[in-house]
Write a protein that binds this ligand. Sequence first.
Ligand SMILES: C[S@@+](CC[C@H](N)C(=O)[O-])C[C@H]1O[C@@H](n2cnc3c(N)ncnc32)[C@H](O)[C@@H]1O
Length: 381
Amino acid sequence: MTEVANHQNDGWCILVDKSIASLIHERLKDGDYINEVFVIKDLGQMVAIPVKHPDIISGLKWFDDESLQFSQIKLEIKKLTKTPAQELVTNIEKLLSKNSIILTPEMASYLPKKWELLGDLALVPSDVLNSEEWYIIRSKNETLYQEIWQEIANSLRVSRIARQSEIAKDKLRSSQVKMIIGDSGEVEFTDNGVKFWLDVTKVMFSSGNVTERHRIGEIDMTGEIVVDAFSGIGYYTLPMLVRSNAKHIYACELNPNSINALTKGAELNAVSNKLTILEGDNQITLQSLSNIADRVHLGILPSSENTWQLAVDCLKQSGGIIHIHMNIREKEINSFVDYCLEQLKQYAAQRDFNTIQLQHVEKVKWYAPHIRHIVIDVSIS
Ligand SMILES: C[S@@+](CC[C@H](N)C(=O)[O-])C[C@H]1O[C@@H](n2cnc3c(N)ncnc32)[C@H](O)[C@@H]1O
């Protein structure tokens, strides 16, 4: 009862027959007479449109007092929901004003607008508080600067904050994330029923691939032996084990930090007995996996081309499926797919496979302007 009373209030409205309600609503909106504080109320055959300035409306040319009637009734108040990013700006504004500082639009543009939530840790972009004005605040008042970060953590409802920097262009895709609040970058989180573990300061996390992770996890791999040639922390390996029900996965990975994360992720999901990790360069490790797989996953960008032949060699003599990740210009996708199939055909011929079939091309995300991250699913037998 109390709750209803809290969310309702008396307000002026026009009672109007439903048959002409949208027309009247449009006219009221044009003149800016709708009272946006309240929700429109359904009264059966009639609706109550909340309005401002009933005295002015009644004098308008189109107003017909035979079909339209003013009334003051209990109306539901709209929930004024701010996005977490807007809430954060308000909170920082308040904190700064207590210190007689005005949050300028320029400064506000360096507050987080997006972030990754990984358990109780928020990973914010590299530009956050990275501007001249924020540096000045820091140089004058380090305590306030720390309070600002703490307020960001409070507003995002996390206990730890880490700030992104560019992912290293090295082969290991090392992370260059710095902890801002909290000491440890170790996180455990669940995505689509799969548990992941990583240390954000040691390995990169590519959340942009979430749709692809889910798509791969939807494929039924019951009974299949899978080779994941670039397993990382298990972005695809773990969904294939947990959701796709793969029988066994051979995961190739160079980076000891990623291997550590994959090992922990497998333990968390209780699938360690279905996983063999091959540490080292997959140009070598894949050679030990020839003729064993029903499926090979090549999840590396910008190109996985140097593993295509090795992947074909991993397939069982009965054949299987290869998932090929690639960055490619949007307008070159079709010609690239043709090229890819042609290359695979040549490698397949050396194994006496004779059917190469394109199953699907998944457009995962825009990697850069005009450049798409795509995944080509090919069946070979
Ligand atoms: C893009 S990352 C993570 C992979 C994950 N499949 C994804 O797309 O999110 C690629 C991974 O491949 C590993 N890697 C790169 N080159 C490799 C190689 N030659 N042999 C084995 N692993 C390699 C990197 O260490 C990294 O963990």
